[in-house]
Design a protein around this ligand. Sequence first.
Ligand SMILES: Cc1cc2nc3c(=O)[nH]c(=O)nc-3n(C[C@H](O)[C@H](O)[C@H](O)COP(=O)(O)OP(=O)(O)OC[C@H]3O[C@@H](n4cnc5c(N)ncnc54)[C@H](O)[C@@H]3O)c2cc1C
Length: 402
Amino acid sequence: MKTQAPQNTSYDVVIIGGAIMGSSTAWFLTDNPDFNGSVLVVERDTSYQNSSTAHTNSCMRQQFSTKLNVQISQFAADFVKNLPERIGDVRVPAQVIQNYGYMYLADNDDFAKVLRENQKVQLAAGAETQLLGPEEIKERYPFYAVDDIVAGSINLKDEGYWDGGTVFDWWRRSAKDRGVEYVSNEVVAITKNEAGTLVESVTLASGEVIACGQVVNASGPRAARTAQMAGLDIPVEPRKRFTWIFSALQPLDRELPLTIDPSGVHFRQDGPKTYLAGCPADPDPAVDYDDFHMDHGRWENHVWPIIANRIPQFEAIKVVTEWAGHYAYNTFDQNAIMGPHPEVSNFIFLNGFSGHGLQQSPAMGRGTAEWLTYGAYRSLDLTSYNYARIPQNRPIIEKAII
Ligand SMILES: Cc1cc2nc3c(=O)[nH]c(=O)nc-3n(C[C@H](O)[C@H](O)[C@H](O)COP(=O)(O)OP(=O)(O)OC[C@H]3O[C@@H](n4cnc5c(N)ncnc54)[C@H](O)[C@@H]3O)c2cc1C
């Protein structure tokens, strides 16, 4: 890493990690007329090649089981669809969401019941989730084999693929234009005051000690390591997730929704003739921060047979490219961990997004910027996601985790 020294020795806000969460927060700070502090973003790998943001599958859904998670995705959809106006820059390309929807498939009555319960929450929050029986699924999507399926759910409004990379690029670019300083460097230590109640400074790999008013942990799968520098714990670990892009000898005659097979494998349309599939490692332990090794047997022995079973036309497919990425996996409840540490009040978490952080980045960046500015959330109340729920043992159970 070629390090850069920051221009100053003190900032109001230091953000550790400049990928989508760090950049969303930085940008929303610049967009808030009530915030006029200085912001430093420290990023250890400005290629972002190993970040979760670079390895994402870039999908958005409204099919969550809590109202707040639905509202968070609704804000994302609105933000993405109005990107040039939101960023306030005519150079920003207009965005669409490819609304092929997520198709959750249930092969047992218990999960069908969960889909029914989730639908009620989603409809009440304004989503357009439809419950389907196996015949209806087959009628709409004749390519599926549905012999073992008892129910499915799909929502075709603001649900599918979106271009997270473009949003990330423009948050970064616009934040820099508006005065946020990004440096290529690594935070290697964090110093607190004598009482241990406040962070005073961060130390960079190149040796500079930077004083800070508030610090944001936006370090993705390395969240626990960053928290440890301040003597704090957070239940987040890197877990491997594999992705394959494949082509089909005979492409499907209509768009493939992001299908969540009962096996846990998911697959979706990726281009006119290409598709994407993903699944976790098995077993699924915490891995080394730098371990992006691909398990090639996982495709041949697990994923391909499952896909071909669900869509017989996909017997004839071939892998075009593949990668392993890391979820910042929240072992406590797989949901976001935000807000201040109860005892170190200027250490702000923005972590643990597991598999749904990309779509949550607009709402969570905006919320974190509000917290940094006002010490409270002003738009969506995200308090229930605050770190405080962990010592209080109050998990947020989200039944629709991928
Ligand atoms: C395979 C896969 C598929 C996914 N699919 C989806 C999806 O379809 N939809 C969805 O919403 N979400 C999805 N996600 C999740 C989503 O991509 C992540 O939640 C999101 O990108 C997290 O962003 P982040 O900024 O928190 O973390 P990251 O993107 O990992 O960024 C953290 C940054 O912090 C930097 N950093 C770490 N420590 C330090 C330090 N000490 N000093 C300086 N810099 C540091 C790192 O270099 C990195 O750039 C997926 C994730 C994966 C892996």
